[in-house]
Design a protein around this ligand. Structure first.
Ligand code: NAD
Length: 260
C-alpha cells in the first residue's frame, strides 16, 4: 500500500530504525536510510530493502547534529524519488550519569540529535508533503517522553521536548492531509540499550544481570523486552490511510511501563 511513496528514516542502519525500513519497504515504499556503520553491511541492507520493495533504497551518511549535512540529506532524498511522503525521525543516543556530573558535551549531543535534528528534518521535509496534500511524520520518542528515570536528565528532557514538538506540528498541519505522532517504546533490546549497561552498572554499583532484571525490566510489567519489529509494525500502521485520524498522539509500546 506504499507503492509510489518515499520514506526517509533517520538512524536506520541498526535497531528500531532498521526495522521501520524493513517494514515500509515490505509495503512497497522507496526508502532512504541513514546512520553510521560498516559500508558493506549498509550496502547489503540497501540491496535487501530494494529487493523486498521492488522500489528504490538509498543511503545517507549525514551526521544529524550537522545542520548542513541534514539539509543535503533531505534534498538528496527528495531528488532521488521526487519528494518525501513519510519522515520517520528515529536517530537517538543516550548517556547515563548523575546530573551534577553529566558531561556538558553529552548534554549538547543528546539535545542536538534527539531533539533539534527533528526540527531540522521536519522543517525541510514538510514542504514536499504539503505540496502533495499527504504526509506522515513519525518520531521515535520513548517511555521517557512520559516518565523519568534518574541519571537520564538529557534524554528525558529531549524526549519530553520531542513529544511536545510533534504535537505542535500536528496542529499546524491538521488540515493538510498530514499526521504527526510519536511512538514511545519501553526497553527494546538494541545496541542503544546494551551500550548503557556498563554506565548504569557504574552509576548504581550493580552487576550486569542486576541492571537487566532490576533496573531495565523492573520498569516493564511484561518482564519482556519490546522488539524492534513490534515498534515498526505500529509505524507502518500510522502510514495507512485508515490512520488519518490519529494525529498529535503519543503511542506507547512499553509493556505496560507507563500504565503504572
Ligand atoms: P541504535 O543505537 O540501535 O540505533 C541508533 C541509530 O542512530 C543507528 O542507526 C545510528 O547509526 C544512528 N545514529 C547515531 N548517531 C547519529 C547521528 N549523529 N546522525 C545520524 N544517525 C545517527 O538504537 P535504537 O535503540 O534502535 O534507538 C532508536 C531510537 O529509539 C532512538 O531515538 C532511541 O532513543 C529510541 N528508543 C530506544 C529504546 C530502546 O530501548 N532501545 C527505547 C525507547 C526509545
Amino acid at each position: 500500500f506504499l507503492t509510489g511513496k518515499t520514506a526517509l528514516i533517520t538512524g536506520s542502519t541498526s535497531g528500531i530504525g532498521a526495522a521501520y525500513a524493513t517494514a515500509l519497504a515490505g509495503a512497497g515504499a522507496n526508502v532512504v536510510i541513514n546512520g553510521f556503520g560498516d559500508a558493506a553491511a549498509i550496502a547489503a541492507q540497501c540491496a535487501a530493502l530494494a529487493d523486498a520493495s521492488g522500489a528504490g533504497a538509498t543511503y545517507s551518511d549525514a551526521d544529524l547534529t550537522d545542520v548542513a549535512a541534514t539539509e543535503r540529506m533531505v534534498a538528496a532524498a527528495a531528488d532521488a524519488f521526487g519528494g518525501i511522503d513519510i519522515l520517520i525521525n528515529n536517530a537517538g543516543t543516550q548517556h547515563v550519569a548523575p546530573v551534577d556530573e553529566f558531561p556538558v558535551a553529552k548534554w549538547d549531543l543528546i539535545l542536538a540529535l534527539n531533539l533539534s535534528s527533528v526540527f531540522h528534518t521536519t522543517r525541510l521535509a514538510l514542504p514536499y508533503m504539503k505540496s502533495k496534500g499527504w504526509g506522515r511524520l513519525i518520531a521515535t520518542a520513548s517511555a521517557h517522553s512520559k516518565a523519568a528515570s534518574p541519571y537520564k536528565s538529557a534524554y528525558v528532557a529531549a524526549k519530553h521536548g520531542l513529544a511536545g514538538f510533534q504535537k505542535s506540528v500536528a496542529l499546524e498541519v491538521a488540515q493538510r492531509g498530514i499526521t504527526a505522532n510519536v511512538i514511545s517504546p519501553g526497553y527494546v533490546w538494541t545496541a542503544l540499550v546494551e551500550g548503557q549497561i556498563p554506565d548504569t552498572m557504574k552509576a548504581r554499583g550493580l552487576t550486569r544481570d542486576q541492571v537487566i532484571n532490576d533496573v531495565l525490566l523492573e520498569k516493564q510489567p511484561t518482564k519482556q523486552f519490546v522488539t524492534p519489529e513490534q515498534v515498526a509494525a505500529l509505524g507502518l500502521f500510522l502510514c495507512r490511510d485508515e490512520a488519518a485520524g490519529i494525529t498529535g498522539a503519543n503511542l506507547s509500546v512499553d509493556g505496560g511501563w507507563t500504565a503504572q
